[in-house]
Write a new protein. Structure first.
Lengths: 228, 257
């Protein structure tokens, strides 16, 4: 009881000290669209905001997502494993079409991640599309094979490295820029594939993280609750 | 385009109300998929294609799959039963009885799959700990710290006939031996109400011995020591079920009288 009270007092005092000492300033942005495009080089302005001007926010979003996935994995581990038989759909339409559709889904996902700075899209959408596409494969393939791929790829461990990669990128901003989280200076020609500095790189990092996370959630759910 | 936008927003409102009011899970889930697609269309019209792509994958596909797996039947529960008069009986290869019916209500409410396995009195506890989840069969007092007991689902009384030197199954005393064959119960034993009633039904009389009421207690369902979660669920269920007086009393009337 005393511990709870002390921790609440400490937390609230930290909160108030923070509030009274932070200088928020004028919240309106002084950037115009032309300035943003000239400085960043991305045709998709949302991408330039998310991946360059407000990369700090994006980093914490990725961190929150990672921690949520770790929580899901941790608590699903405690549930007993599903021991019923695999339900593989015997419909020929699904069995033949799903592998073909999956390749198209992978292509769409890569395209969205690659051109996130030119058109609509980005890392998050690409990761979710790829992770959801994998569940279609689990309709037609036995669970053992998917489990084998999941275990062998060690994706569950590698995905935790994504926030670390973004941190390293942010620190390296000191090398080629003047501040942390500075954009890579090769802005290129607006509208071409190699533009927007490091947008493609960060899109792929975020895409991998989200893909690994969604796949982990689906895998854990199927493993511990069974498919459909 | 503006009219289409208003139409979509109206669709979203209607679907949201439908989702929150519908009782059937699958219908709510299908409506949620439509909700995600409609929301995605609104995002697209309002010049936010990035958000629209994310919404249509997350809202209409990913969450749909996750919830579909989450609300499915949880898995198989293995229930061991000890044949007990009025509680778990076998007639013409069909199991019936009060405890069985009550457990079936619980299983149905939680969407579990169930497998009933008969077990003899001697090895009921070992089998429960080894491979079972639930054990039924009129238990009132057990001397086992490992096995979990639920709340009392039916009040009962313990009777003492003569000078007790044995107890019936379900009520275990440390210093008294438990006997299982009810036909051999003639004098000097401790027994619970249901089995006592069965003895009277068999036509036994205890005129020579004094029948005394020992204490008031209740019947419990036993759970494997790993099934703490299931026990909590059952306790919640039984509390709710007891409040539904008509249903509960009808069940008692039908099986016990």
């Amino acid at each position: 009881m005393i511990k709870t009270i002390i921790s609440i007092i400490l937390l609230s005092s930290i909160f108030f000290i923070f509030i009274f000492n932070v200088n928020i300033g004028d919240a309106t942005s002084t950037f115009t669209p032309e300035l943003i495009i000239r400085e960043n080089g991305s045709q998709n302005m949302v991408s330039s905001i998310v991946l360059d001007f407000r990369l700090f926010d994006t980093f914490f979003e990725v961190l929150v997502f990672t921690i949520a996935i770790i929580g899901v994995s941790f608590y699903m581990e405690k549930l007993p494993e599903y021991k019923g038989k695999d339900t593989i759909l015997r419909s020929p339409v699904i069995q033949i079409m799903t592998p073909i559709l999956f390749q198209i889904i992978v292509l769409i996902s890569l395209y969205i991640a690659l051109t996130g700075h030119i058109g609509p899209g980005g890392g998050f959408a690409a990761g979710v599309i790829l992770g959801t596409g994998l569940i279609g494969v689990s309709f037609v393939k036995p669970m053992d094979e998917i489990e084998n791929i999941f275990k062998r790829s060690k994706i569950e461990k590698f995905k935790i490295l994504s926030p670390l990669l973004i941190i390293i990128y942010g620190i390296l901003g000191l090398v080629w820029g003047d501040t942390y989280f500075a954009n890579f200076p090769l802005t290129g020609e607006v509208g071409s594939l190699l533009s927007g500095g490091s947008a493609v790189l960060i899109n792929f990092i975020i895409g991998f993280e989200v893909f690994a996370g969604t796949w982990t959630i689906l895998y854990k759910f199927i493993k511990h609750r069974g498919l459909l | 385009m503006i009219i289409f936008n208003y139409f979509m927003i109206a669709v979203i409102v209607i679907l949201a109300l439908y989702i929150s009011l519908i009782k059937n899970h699958i219908n709510a889930l299908l409506a949620y998929g439509m909700f995600g697609a409609a929301l995605s269309a609104v995002f697209f019209i309002l010049n936010a294609p990035d958000v629209a792509i994310v919404e249509i994958t997350v809202g209409a596909a990913f969450i749909f799959f996750i919830y579909l797996i989450a609300i499915k039947k949880v898995g198989k529960v293995r229930v061991y039963y000890v044949l007990t008069p009025y509680m778990v009986e076998k007639r013409e290869n069909k199991i019936m009885g009060f405890e069985y019916a009550l457990l079936n209500h619980f299983i149905e409410a939680k969407g579990l799959e169930v497998e009933y396995v008969e077990v003899s009195e001697e090895e009921s506890f070992q089998k429960l700990e080894k491979s079972g989840d639930i054990l039924i069969g009129g238990h009132t007092k057990i001397n086992d710290n490992e096995i979990l007991e639920s709340e009392e689902f039916l009040p009962t009384k313990i009777f003492m006939v003569g000078k007790p030197n044995k107890t019936s199954y379900g009520y275990f005393e440390e210093d008294l031996e438990a006997k299982y064959k009810l036909d051999e119960f003639n004098d000097n034993f401790i027994i619970d109400l249901i089995r006592y009633k069965y003895l009277l039904y068999l036509g036994k009389t205890f005129n020579n011995n004094k029948v005394e009421e020992l204490k008031t207690t209740g019947y419990k369902i036993l759970f494997n020591s790993n099934n703490d979660f299931l026990k909590e669920e059952f306790n919640d269920f039984i509390e709710e079920f007891k409040n539904d007086k008509d249903k509960y009393e009808e069940l008692i009337r039908r099986y016990i009288g």
